[in-house]
Design a protein around this ligand. Sequence first.
Ligand code: CA2
Length: 150
Amino acid sequence: MNRRILLVNGPNLNLLGVREPEIYGTATLADVERIATDAAARHGFDLRAVQSNHEGVLIDAIHDARQDCAGIVINPGGLTHTSVVLRDALSGVALPVAEVHISDVSAREQFRAFSYVRDVAAVHVVGEGVAGYATAVNLLVEVIAGRAEG
Ligand code: CA2
């Protein structure tokens, strides 16, 4: 079994800690990647982090995960609510997926309540702030371990 997790952050998440701190807090993308890396390390996994503002780059990274990753933690950003192709990439690689959102998407605008990714993800973490990335890693590792046992 591969002991690597792919962390994917979608469009605009490079602005974390720089804009809209009242919604997303003051932690930066580098902080998020460290939180997830540390959580993965506690379970003996390493973590490859990708952030892009381009859908195709995210899809290529998801496809590449088939080679060397056991699961994917993803915050698709606004693509959550729009992207069939991102959903298809996630279901196509057949790795366990944890969907994470920093904010409580169910308590914001109506259009954020729908997620194309939700039903291809085994784990959902919403509204825990950036600490939710550690929760997502922890829960994903449980899913990975369960699948390894068969
Ligand atoms: O709550 C989340 O994690 C979201 O996935 C964040 C997305 C939003 O479109 C989703 O509805 C919920 C937005 C990511 C953009 O992040 C920014 C961070 C700081 C400043 C501006 C945007």
